[in-house]
Design a binder for this molecule. Structure first.
Ligand code: G3P
Ligand code: CA
Length: 262
């Protein structure tokens, strides 16, 4: 399935489940992503890090301490070591859960019964040279989504706070959409995004509140806006009014309800 026409609804922002339905269930677990999909999310967001044996796993923090029953630095642990940990029970509503690999999340996303888009955030990719991008692109090619016909028809979007990381993706996979995440100054007018060839800008909702003109300025430079993390109704309305294309939230079900009336 490659058609993405059904993803955006009538010009309103499309809903991206940030780390899955991560308010209801433990972030970055299969259960959190399955719940988000069943709630109608248009896209899924995940953070990826490399293990010591160079597997891409979906973990936000540098260490496993907050989101598992273990301790340690993700990049110093093997996938087998991570698989021994429980990534679910720390959450009040969570059951025991294994670490989620990007490979597993791609399978879920691409097998889902309607087209959804996966927003893959590379965390600190510069630390490993270009290894994160190499591993990521190899995986996307393996799943047949590394060379989409156009950015609008891509099942994967690579997002990063690292301009070097975005630039390397653009260099090796020019058709893949990319979003440069960042603060106000570097995003204003989309100039930094233009410099690295990103197809979109990714301000936080706090940044957007202070700089609502960002969306129009990015659009004038031919770029879309992805805003994170939008959990309040007033901010959903703001995103809709400004023409934000993608809105990342920890509460996809609630946000979908709110979007009905904007
Ligand atoms: O979707 C972008 C957003 O996730 C960036 O911040 O810290 O949640 O990864 P963080
Ligand atoms: Ca993230």
């Amino acid at each position: 399935m490659t058609g993405m026409e059904h993803i955006s609804r009538s010009g309103k922002p499309a809903v991206v489940a940030h780390r899955g339905a991560s308010e209801a269930l433990p972030e970055h677990t299969l259960a959190a992503y399955e719940l988000a999909l069943s709630q109608g999310a248009d896209g899924l967001e995940c953070d990826v890090r490399l293990t010591s044996d160079q597997e891409l796993v979906c973990v936000h923090d540098r260490t496993v301490d907050r989101t598992s029953d273990g301790t340690g630095v993700v990049s110093e642990m093997s996938l087998a070591e991570l698989r021994d940990l429980d990534f679910g029970s720390w959450h009040p509503a969570g059951d025991k859960a294994s670490v989620l690999t990007l490979r597993e999340l791609l399978s879920l996303t691409l097998d889902w019964r309607r087209p959804v888009r996966l927003f893959i955030e590379t965390k600190h990719p510069v630390r490993y040279g270009s290894l994160v991008e190499q591993k990521l692109l190899a995986l996307l090619h393996e799943f047949g989504v590394g060379t989409p016909p156009s950015a609008d028809h891509s099942r994967a979007v690579v997002i990063s706070f690292s301009s070097a990381g975005v630039w390397r993706i653009r260099r090796h996979a020019p058709m893949l959409p990319t979003i440069l995440l960042g603060d106000t100054a570097r995003l204003l007018g989309g100039s930094a995004a233009t410099a690295v060839g990103a197809t979109g800008i990714g301000p936080s909702v706090e940044t957007l509140r202070l700089n609502p003109d960002l969306v129009d300025r990015a659009a004038a430079a031919g770029r879309v806006t992805y805003c994170w993390t939008v959990d309040e109704q007033v901010d959903v309305q703001l995103c809709a009014d400004l023409g934000v294309r993608w809105l990342a939230t920890n509460r996809p079900a609630k946000v979908r309800d709110w979007l009905v009336t904007v």
